[in-house]
Design a protein around this ligand. Sequence first.
Ligand code: 5GP
Length: 218
Amino acid sequence: MPSSHPADPHHFRRRGVLFVLSSPSGAGKSTIARKLLADEPELAMSVSATTRSMRPGEVDGKDYHFVDLEEFRRMVAADEFLEWAHVFDHRYGTPRAQVEAMLAAGKDVLFDIDWQGAQQLFQIAGGDVVRVFIFPPSMEELRARLTNRATDSSAVIEARMARAANEVSHWDGYDYVLVNDDVEQCFQGVKTILAAERLKRSRQTGLIGFIRKLTRTS
Ligand code: 5GP
């Protein structure tokens, strides 16, 4: 994705990182994403559009852009999504314009999207995309977390458990995998991945000027 990124300890320009976090729901991805955003001022969250209904506590425009099926279809037809997919009988998509604006503003972008989204984003933006998958420590623990969350009915929880197995089976479409048995440890792992990816030579598009100066002979 064409963009450059001014934020760097040495002020080299670099390409923005498209940082994808995927996991079965309940594996702690939202907590990790929240901590990461609080800790990383150069990282902005991509807010998806979805046709699912709002859960208690969610805010339209912050957690998701909640749209009806007609509006979602309009957005698909107008090519307004970078990627979109069916998840749990609903549609979810990443609006293209906000991501482009974030990259243009020099931000890295965080995506909480499923494996289908990660795959599509990788098709479009290849080397700019970093895909991280978070495993729950066990399926029993995942069920306990979904149940304790108390936002979904038991039928929805069962559907999420069934989908979790499917989601996990796509682990090999990711660059990094982590187990979230300790949120702080997992968070530190994710931070380390982001830090290392920011330093990749292939992202440092502004290096050449520095190298020329460094190697200039008088
Ligand atoms: P939830 O309904 O629990 O908020 O999200 C359900 C699943 O949809 C999660 O796995 C989440 O990562 C995924 N998801 C959320 N937004 C998008 C999106 O824009 N694109 C895709 N492909 N998946 C998304």
